[in-house]
Design a protein around this ligand. Structure first.
Ligand code: HEM
Length: 262
């Protein structure tokens, strides 16, 4: 069979994947499904791009890494922007089908946890909500036990002559990124060094991306607040109160810690 637009992209299969639960049908449930599926696809691409960045960092390929961070930053902005579409759904409209979601929640997104783990924001306890999905669990575990983007970033810094403190190299793969004063000093020196200004472009793109992921958390919690107020989440958390705890958490803390000195 000749390759066509429809069979290459498996469009018919894709169109079978939206299965609203409400009966009689609630108009906005389609929006709710499509927007979540769209996010999952973008998560998939971001994980793919982060894998590429890790390889580039370890091989000291600065330009390739810059190129990919530009893409990642742009996807992140798109993810933030898409929340505007979700916010066209009123609380009344969401209430009309919310009970049909039972305990389903973004809390159970295995790819979102993979994304956090890949970036070095490792909280193994957060795998619990998605533990019922064997394929997702396997992927989350693999990410948890793998080197994060930050570990590969240390490889890149080493290529630039930075001595990476032993405790950072020896830390268990499962532990989260910790801010480190020596790394901050090294970043500061690179920022000020005329011969490392191309690395500075990279650091700024990573900062953009980090700001983007924090922005997503903020916009998501506001979307949640305007839609369900202080109700508990379908995933069983306190809802808005729970989500507020991860606001303003950078994934690259060392890049933020030096900004007042630049
Ligand atoms: C009206 C729409 C939405 C509501 C009311 C909502 C509500 C919530 C609530 C209450 C939580 C906390 C966990 C729980 O108890 O359920 C949560 C977590 C989460 N939601 Fe949403 N959400 C909405 C849209 C979205 C969208 C479009 C996405 C895109 C993927 C998403 C992804 C997530 C993720 C990844 C978490 C886990 C966050 C974390 O653990 O830090 N949500 N959501």
């Amino acid at each position: 069979m000749a390759l066509t637009y429809a069979n290459y992209l498996q469009v018919e299969k894709l169109l079978e994947l939206q299965t609203p639960q409400s009966s009689p049908p609630e108009h906005d449930e389609m929006l709710f499904i499509v927007i979540h599926q769209t996010y999952e696809l973008w998560f998939r691409l971001m994980l793919h791009e982060l894998d590429g960045v890790c390889r580039d960092f370890s091989a000291n390929r600065l330009y390739a890494a810059i190129h990919t961070w530009k893409r990642l930053r742009t996807i992140m902005k798109t993810l933030v922007g898409q929340l505007d579409i979700l916010e066209t759904m009123t609380p009344m409209s969401f209430t009309s089908f919310r009970s049909r979601l039972e305990t389903a929640s973004g809390f159970q997104s295995a790819q979102f946890r993979e994304f956090e783990f890949a970036l070095g924001y490792k909280r193994p306890e957060m795998m619990k909500p998605a533990a019922g999905e064997p394929a997702g669990l396997k992927r989350m575990e693999s990410r948890l036990h793998s080197r994060s983007v930050m570990d590969h970033f240390y490889d890149y810094l080493e290529h630039q002559g930075v001595e990476i403190p032993r405790p950072l190299r020896d830390k268990p793969l499962e532990s989260p990124t910790q801010p480190n004063a020596q790394i901050q000093e090294a970043l500061f020196r690179l920022y000020k060094s005329p011969s490392h200004q191309e690395s500075v472009i990279l650091f700024e793109l990573m900062t953009d991306f980090d700001e983007g992921q924090q922005e997503w958390r903020y916009r998501h919690v506001k979307a949640v607040e305007r839609t369900i107020g202080n109700k508990e989440g379908t995933g069983g958390s306190l809802g808005v109160e729970f989500l507020k705890r991860s606001l303003f958490q950078p994934v690259f803390p060392d890049l933020w810690a030096i900004r007042h000195r630049l």
